[in-house]
Each structure stands twice: as C-alpha cells, then as structure tokens.
Design a protein around this ligand. Structure first.
Ligand SMILES: N[C@@H](CCC(=O)N[C@@H](CS)C(=O)NCC(=O)O)C(=O)O
Length: 218
C-alpha cells in the first residue's frame, strides 16, 4: 500500500481526506478504523505516531506520518494529483483556498466539535444554545463567501469545498440549512452532494454521524 489512512467514517475531517483520495483516484490505500469511543486513539501505538491523537492521520510506506485533514489533503494533491486543479499553484488562488481551509479549522469545525462533544461524550441531553449560536455564525460567514462564485474559492471546485462540505454537511444534523435565509449555502451543498466523491465517501459516514447524534439527543 502506498499509504494508510487512520479514520472513522463518522468523522468529518476523515471524510474530507477520503473524498480527496477518491477525487484524485488514489487506489493503493489501506483504510484503518480508529474507534474513538473505545479510545483506540489513546493507545501507545497510535500516540507514538500522532501525539495529538486525532483522526485523520496518514502514514506512507516510507514511514512519513501526517495529521490534520487540511495538511493531508493539500499534501495529497501536491504529491499524487495528476493536475493541480483541486489546489492550484497560482499563488492568489491558493491563498484563497488556504484561507477557507483555515476557516474550516478555526470556525466551522470548532463550531461542530464544541456543540457535539458535550452531547456525545459528556452525557448532556441537548446542544447548548451558546454553541448553536456559533453554528449559525459559521453559516452566515459561509453564505457570504459564496457571493463571489459557485464554489467556495471561486468558479471551480477545490479542496476548500471538499474540506468545508465535510463539516457543513455534518452541521446540518444540528441545524438544518434554511434555504430562504441561506440560498447560496443551500445551493452549494446540493452541488457538492451531486459529486461522485461525495456520494461515495461523505454520504455513508454522514448518515452514521446523523444516527449517532439522533441516538444521543433527548
Ligand atoms: N483539525 C483536525 C481536527 C481533527 C479532530 O479533531 N478529529 C477528531 C474526530 S472528528 C478526533 O480525532 N478527536 C479525538 C481527539 O481529539 O482526541 C483535522 O482537520 O484533522
């Protein structure tokens, strides 16, 4: 295998990497599930590889290890992409994509993690209103970013869309997207959902994530 991906289908950042692997057509990949509920990520073997104990984590056959979905997806395009379409070398295009990736890291995903953690892991019966307010704020920003083009970084689909849609599609389990309030965001989500890589690599894990949330929220 050219690379091993440590993941869980329910994990949004893991799905971002899985979609990227699919979109790039990298076939020689071993997928290894890391069960967070059973604390597999806190075992010595995993901690030696990634002391930050997060999934997704990637390992290549020469022993090179990388974690964080944004670092992994950009690396995969740089290393395995036949073209740079998903992460163009043009420095201004790339800078906008990087900004969206940091937006996912700094705003979208923390809004998700902050909301679901108390429910999934701390036994709280419902989402805290102050956390849900961060989800709405994240939707507001994303709607604004989509004023400029059909995709998050302009007129072409890029890693910005793949990484952000893994998170936004998961956020809809908390707050559905109201297409009257967020018409651009709703249309973008539909455009993403029509892509083959989304259907194959995001949808199944998203459904698992939805079920998990439904089973915990009272
Ligand atoms: N910024 C990271 C976030 C990764 C992350 O927080 N993953 C969660 C699962 S969705 C995780 O591994 N949680 C276990 C932990 O942090 O100990 C990325 O994009 O890869």
């Amino acid at each position: 295998m050219v690379l091993t991906l440590y993941k869980l289908n329910a994990s949004p950042p893991a799905r971002a990497v899985m979609m990227t692997i699919e979109a790039l057509g990298i076939s020689d990949v071993e997928f290894v599930d890391v069960n967070l509920l059973k604390k597999d990520h806190l075992k010595d073997e995993f901690l030696e590889m990634n002391p930050q104990h997060t999934i997704p984590t990637m390992k290549e056959e020469d022993g090179f290890v990388l974690w964080d979905s944004h670092a992994i997806t950009t690396y995969l395009v740089n290393k395995y992409g036949e073209t740079d379409d998903l992460y163009p070398a043009d420095i201004k295009k790339r800078a906008i994509i990087d900004q969206r990736l940091h937006f996912d890291s700094g705003i979208l995903f923390p809004a998700l993690r902050g909301s679901v953690e108390p429910v999934l892991f701390w036994g709280e019966p419902s989402f805290r209103p102050e956390n849900l307010a961060k989800v709405t704020a994240a939707y507001d920003f994303t709607e604004k970013f989509l004023q400029e083009g059909s995709w998050l970084a302009g007129d072409d689909i890029t890693l910005a869309d793949i990484c952000c849609v893994a998170t936004v599609s998961s956020l809809t389990a908390l707050i559905p997207i109201d297409e009257n309030k967020y018409p651009k965001l709703a249309a973008w989500l539909e455009r993403c959902a029509a892509k083959d890589f989304y259907k194959k690599q995001n949808l199944p894990g998203l459904q698992e994530f939805d079920q998990l949330i439904k089973s915990k929220v009272v």
